[in-house]
Design a protein around this ligand. Sequence first.
Ligand SMILES: Nc1ncnc2c1ncn2[C@@H]1O[C@H](COP(=O)(O)OP(=O)(O)O)[C@@H](O)[C@H]1O
Ligand SMILES: [Mg+2]
Length: 205
Amino acid sequence: MNNLGKFITLEGVDGAGKTTHIEFIKKYLSDLDINYVLTREPGGTILGERLREILLHDEMNHETETILMFAARNEHIDKVIRPNLIKGNVVISDRFTDATYAYQAGGKGVKDEKIDILKKWVQGSLQPNLTFLFDLSVDISIERLNKTRTLDKFEREDKNFHENIRQKYLMLAKLSPERFCILNSEKSIEKIQNQIKLKLDEVLR
Ligand SMILES: Nc1ncnc2c1ncn2[C@@H]1O[C@H](COP(=O)(O)OP(=O)(O)O)[C@@H](O)[C@H]1O
Ligand SMILES: [Mg+2]
């Protein structure tokens, strides 16, 4: 497949600031008259959003959870991501496959090798062009979460779970430095936005 558009993903532990910075990215793209779609995982399609409800609230076997994540992702790629990239649009997704490695492998102990198989099946050669990793200490992320919202199944997990996720994300970034842009989410929103802008200038212009 010949992708014309760029695929950008946002990753990080819960409360790291992904949703906060999506607003800034939207404005950046609109100001440049760049066509984009904003989407999220799990979700992004009608079926995917129904699976999201189940995934975020129902307890289940960890491998079942991993497979359902990829079922939602398959639908997402087929209905939203690929068609938009083919049209030349920028696709921005709040989480993608890195989150499955971080949460289901890093957090819950599903084997990387099993996720590799599903990834190859569902994604083929599709990879994000750029991944922003919002990184911050688990204590601060938990503090921010407790201040702002009712927690879902993943967000209610203990500190150790979140620490493992953070470390897994950092490991993934180390393995693909050309794709990842790590942002220190403990800095001010304005400082982070400046860094995002520089990176988007580099990738999109
Ligand atoms: N750099 C920052 N400094 C201070 N507070 C922040 C920062 N980034 C995000 N927040 C706050 O942290 C909370 C969680 O942010 P959110 O964007 O919802 O995270 P995520 O979507 O990654 O779970 C929000 O209340 C947000 O205003
Ligand atoms: Mg969010």
